[in-house]
Design a protein around this ligand. Structure first.
Ligand SMILES: Nc1nc2c(ncn2[C@@H]2O[C@H](COP(=O)(O)OP(=O)(O)OP(=O)(O)O)[C@@H](O)[C@H]2O)c(=O)[nH]1
Ligand SMILES: [Mg+2]
Length: 299
């Protein structure tokens, strides 16, 4: 069953974003650097395309992502026509302050007092949009928090004399096509706890860590990872942390939360959940299915 998470306020948030797009010159599309494609909202591109607005793709939280994967992603986006991407950490003011200049380059005609540059920050929940807003204004104008859907309404602020910036509520799209995207989004807390069972998300994350970052499991929990699968990782974490339910069995729920929280807080080190190569491989069967469907259609 496809993973879905679309709280009520998002319908009006989407309508308001479409309205504000009419008076926006450049969209700052924020994605999570640890999962840049899984955290790309197709609705943002659709709205930009309808209004023909340029878009700067910001891979935020790069301080939490694997630097090698982030370099690969930037090179990957650089090869795509019409996409300009940059990696930043919202916690690094110097990096964030580069963004208005890059936006200005995308709308060079908007550069005087009568035509101020109007930027709109968009993206899925919890990717750091409001954190960027605060860094850009130099004040704590927006509430931030490590859970999805903290911002519920838009707000605009002037930065400098010639620039305006609008923060918007995080937007999801109605149906997440690939389950692994849903798991990555849930692991990174971009979608709510009720969307996917936390234990399933933790098993997905544990399997991914076993494949790509086994040494982090060794370092953080002292596990001997050889021969383990995702569930066994959780059992071992429960064992190491003495997390038990009545009868002495491993408390997998608490172990799941511990693993997820460690990933979210960066305590497992800098981790990327996807790279251009893992994405390519993940999409392969879908493409083959699509080809198959097309062949069937032609027949
Ligand atoms: N490590 C790290 N944490 C960040 C960064 N940017 C934001 N955060 C944290 O991520 C969490 C979410 O940040 P917000 O700015 O509230 O995210 P948002 O996109 O506005 O979320 P919604 O309003 O729910 O859509 C907060 O705990 C921030 O402190 C970053 O670059 N690095
Ligand atoms: Mg926000």
């Amino acid at each position: 069953m496809p993973i879905q998470w679309f709280p009520g306020h998002m319908t009006s948030a989407r309508r308001k974003a479409a309205e504000t797009m009419a008076v926006t010159d450049v969209v700052i599309e924020v994605v999570d650097a640890r999962l840049p494609e899984a955290s790309t909202n197709p609705l943002v591109h659709e709205l930009c395309r309808q209004r023909q607005r340029p878009c700067l793709k910001v891979l935020n939280k790069s301080d939490l992502a694997d630097p090698k994967a982030t370099r690969e992603w930037i090179a990957w986006y650089d090869q795509r026509p019409g996409i300009q991407a940059v990696a930043v950490s919202g916690r690094n003011a110097g990096e964030v302050m580069r963004l208005p200049r890059l936006c200005q380059d995308l709308a060079p005609h908007r550069d005087d007092n009568t035509k101020p540059l109007r930027m709109m920050i968009m993206g899925i929940p919890n990717v750091g949009k409001s954190t960027l807003m605060n860094a850009l204004t130099g004040r704590r104008v927006a509430k931030v928090g490590d859970e999805p859907a903290v911002t519920k309404s838009q707000q605009s602020q002037q930065i400098g004399v010639r620039q305006w910036i609008t923060d918007t509520p995080g937007l999801m799209w109605p149906k997440i096509e690939h389950d692994s995207d849903g798991y990555m989004l849930a692991a990174s807390h971009a979608i709510g706890r009720n969307a996917v069972p936390e234990e399933e998300v933790a098993v997905f994350l544990a399997d991914l860590l076993l494949q790509r970052y086994p040494e982090r499991l060794v370092g953080r929990y002292g596990l001997a990872v050889v021969g383990l699968d995702g569930v066994a990782v959780l059992e071992s974490v429960a064992d190491r942390r003495a997390l038990r339910i009545r009868g002495g069995r491993a408390d997998l729920e608490k172990a799941s939360l511990a693993l997820l929280q460690d990933y979210r807080d960066g305590r497992l080190g800098r981790i990327s959940l996807e790279t251009p190569e893992t994405r390519r491989v993940m999409l392969l069967p879908a493409r083959e299915d699509a080809d198959f469907a097309r062949v069937q259609e032609i027949r």
